[in-house]
Design a protein around this ligand. Sequence first.
Ligand code: 26V
Length: 804
Amino acid sequence: MSREEFISSFQDKLTTSFGKSMEEATNKEAYQTVSLILRDMILRNWQKTQNKQREKDEKQMYYFSMEFLLGRLIESNLINTGLEKICVEALIELGFKPEEVFSEELDAGLGNGGLGRLAACFLDSLASLNLPGHGMGIRYKYGLFQQKMVNGYQVELPDYWLKDDYMWETKRSEKAIEVHFAGNVQLQSADGHLQVEHTDYERVLAIPYDVPIVGYDNQFVNSLRLWSAESMPNSFHFHSQKGTDYYHYLDYKRSVEQISEFLYPDDSYYEGKLLRLKQQYFLVSAGLQSIIRRFKKKHNDFLLFPQKIAIQINDTHPSLVIPELMRLLMDIEKLSWDDAWDITIQTVAYTNHTTLVEALEKWPVHMVKSLLPRIYMIIEEINERFCQSIYFEHPALRNEIANMAIISYEQIHMAHLAIVGSHSINGVAKLHTEIIKKREMKNFYRVFPERFNNKTNGITHRRWLLNVNPSLAQLISNTIGDGWIKEPRKLIHLIKYTDDSSLQDEISSVKLKNKQKLAKYIRDEYQITIDPNSLFDVHIKRLHGYKRQLLNLFHILHLYQLCKENPNVQFTPRTFIFGAKAAPGYHFAKQVIKLITAAADKINHDPFVKDKLKLIFLENYNVSLAEKIIPAADISEQISTASKEASGTGNMKLMMNGALTIGTLDGANIEIRDMVGPKNIFTFGLNSKEVFEYQQNGDYRARDVYNSDQRLSAVMDTLVNQSFFQDDVEFKNIYYSLLYNNDEYFVLKDFDSYVEAHQHVEQTYRNESSWNKKSITNIAHSGKFSSDRTISEYANEIWNIHPM
Ligand code: 26V
């Protein structure tokens, strides 16, 4: 499509869809018009891809996830279809500002954080690598809440992302599926076969909305299928004389629609909520039934199923896939238990994303029994057979059966179910996988060693470099050619230029421009002026104790005290930027947010430190905001308590944009260090072994650390002595949790080495050439962390799917 053709389509669509002329069109209408043009093109390729996949009967992979954190799609769709340049030029010619037009799209925030964004990056890589792999998720009416800051506190508002039409979805009413809840189950034996009779169940209609997932420069389009729950008026029998049935119907309708109403906003603390269980079964049952329906169009032998279908479950959230697939194969398709079990195991693979005990899913037996009676029977049978097999085949583990059982103490352990019912269990970074094998799941590893494997996470370099940082992308292409876009490992060619002073200067000027842009955004939105020449230190992720935003803040307060004590201290001006949402019920995390904003208020208004320190807490951190911050970062804060962060992916995005990492030896930070070498990353703190030892021996004394470090006690005392903060109620809580609850996350313990690492950062930053060299080194090694690499590993080693 040429620019002229684009402009004429634009004018056409504007008239036919909105009845408006160019002069009257708003940014939103311009956005919708561009999407419509793009949509036409994408739909054609979508159909072609589907036809080809159907014809060739290639094996398909389905990624089941309760979360897909897509953000906006307009720019990545433009880039991937090759229309970006033309569209941008056309919009400018027509008098629009492209950035304003694109930002009319509301983020699809159907995820909490890392796990949901990973799913979105994976979809991009699958399509870009011509791999037949699709997403299965829920079309939540409300995504992750919008964060409003009121008086320094987080307040949550509903995220009604569907208020304008969502331009990328297609409703497929004709492909609706019925999902059944509750009721009674009777088992009967009929001519050697088990007859299952399920009666008096509640019927829910699952309507699929398909979103095309566009590959980069390959005309290949996969699908993300998002399910929405609707009531079934026809299934409801109105027969009361008094007219109360109508009200019952409305109750039923409301309760059904709740299923896909909102995304649970907590990604670290499991609560056994019935509605969440309903959501999980809804996704799993609708998704599986639609896969089986498609399979049956070509095949009647279910033994072929694992050769045609692979299912990856994103954490345990969709682990009901295992008993539901069993149910469908046995009760509906009439396979034997043994055949159904072989098929299920060969089809399903499970990714573990956390070892935090409080995040492990355990459903109460009574809940599953009443909501999903048939599924409960199947889980019981799986458990029975599994426990038996341990008893007879692994006598050495007999004493461990109670710990390994799927059902124990009236709870169903979903991780155990996921391990027993799948052929592959993977962690998301080397260290994480080792921890799973050697500690958290060591008994299972003894039983199924061949099932465990590692797949270090990745990010799509197309969005996180090409799209968000076009000037850096251009500079890279000018230096080493643009082969890196299709083969991100080629970024390594930059390594030859680390000493090239002209590249160093250009890298630094690209970074400066990005920082100026972010500074302007912050000035416009917050009326705070920050200095683009200061060091931008960025800490962006969900707020959680283990991610230790508090450690960062203590260091900032320490710097503040240094400036105050000695006005002549040699000081590299720094701007600290935070972005973080806390789960609405996570009080400690909310107190930390309040502490950060209170500190920001104080520091930013202190004329004494005016040119030296700024602290910004950005409201409503989400994908689109991340895209603004990441290209402008000098330092990437990845400071989790060692062993707690399974991988991290923000670390990869920041590195790819030339930021240097200050981090603990945790998650993928370790692999980043292995790639760039210890000189190009600032590591500090306890390692995972040391953390485990303290936990095992119980010999950590936070109080002793506090007493022995005067800088630390001076900082912490400001939380309680009113010298610095006014409203001190929540801050006292933080203080007490550190000293009286013995600092669960070793913030105090790591303070000293963190301060030292920051001194090292500061010294390095003063030497511009040395800094730029390190920055280039980081970019050069970031190719390994493209999700293209991750997805190729999954495709070859777990799914056995092939590029088409
Ligand atoms: C957990 C829960 C617990 C129950 C309530 C709802 C809910 C929703 C999400 C989660 C997910 C927790 C696991 C998670 O997000 N892990 C993150 O996964 C990233 C991708 O693998 C990884 O980079 C992060 O290190 C890891 O924390």
